[in-house]
Design a protein around this ligand. Sequence first.
Ligand code: PAF
Length: 282
Amino acid sequence: MQIATTIAEVRTQVKAWRREGLTVGLVPTMGYLHAGHASLVDRAAADCDRVVVSVFVNPTQFAPGEDLEAYPRDFTHDCAVLEKHGCDLVFHPSVEEMYPPDASAYVELLSEMPKQLCGKTRPTHFRGVCTVVAKLFHIVTPDKAFFGQKDAQQLAIIRRMVRDLSYDIEVVGCPIVREADGLAMSSRNTYLSPQERKAALVLSQAVRLGQDMYAKGETDAEIVLHAMRAHIAAEPLAKIDYVCAVDNETMMPVLALCEGTLVAMAVYIGKTRLIDNFITGA
Ligand code: PAF
C-alpha cells in the first residue's frame, strides 16, 4: 500500500493505473477509521480494480468552536486498517497541500438541501464537505466514490453536486454499520464517557421504534416522530437537535411516510453530537 501526501503523487499513480485500463474507487474519510469505514473500503475493493482512501480532517467543514482540534486522529492505526482491507493508495495531505493559504474557491449547493437537518445548526458544514469532496474528485478522478448512509444528508448533497457539476463518477451509498448493541459507528463515539455510551443507545432505539411503527402501518410522520422524540427525551443525558422525516432526495420535510422516506436525527449526548437515521421500507 502506497502512502501519498501530495496531489502530484496521487495524480501520477492514478494516471499509471489508467494507462493499464484499471478502474479506480475513492473512499473519502477523515481518519480514525472504524468498521464502518472498513466496510466502505471493502465495497470499493469489490467494485474497483484499485482503491484510493483519503485521510484528511477537513478544516473547512468545521465551524469555529466545533471539534476540529479535538477530532480524533491515529494515522498509524488507519494505515493498518486500510492495508488489511485492500486499499492501494492512502492520500494523507497536509492542510496546506489541500488549501493554499489564499484559497478562496468553494463549492456550495444554493438550494434548500444543505439548510435542512444538520444545516440548521451547522450552516457552513456542507459547503466545506462539498468543497473538499469536489477537490478530491478532481485529484483522484475516480470511477466510483463510496460514502456511508449514516451521513444521509451528506450523501444526498454529494449526489446532487455530482449531478449539477456533471462529474462522471458513480456515487455509491453504503449501509450503516452498528456496534453489537445498535449504536451507529462513528469516530465521535470515542468522546463518550461510559455513562454517555450507554445513554447514546437512545438513538438506535429510536430508529428501531420508528421502523417498527412504520412496519405496523403508521404513516403519519408526526405520530412516529413524536414517539421517537419522547423515547429520546426520557434519557436525561440526551438533548435533541432534530428528529425529522424528509424526502431522501431533496431533504425537504414530509407529512406522510412512504417507501424511501428518510427519518433522521441528531442528538447531543452530553457535549457529543451524534446522528443516526433509517429509510422507511429499507
Ligand atoms: O464523512 C466524512 O468523513 C467527511 O465529511 C468527508 C466526506 C470525508 C469529507 O471530509
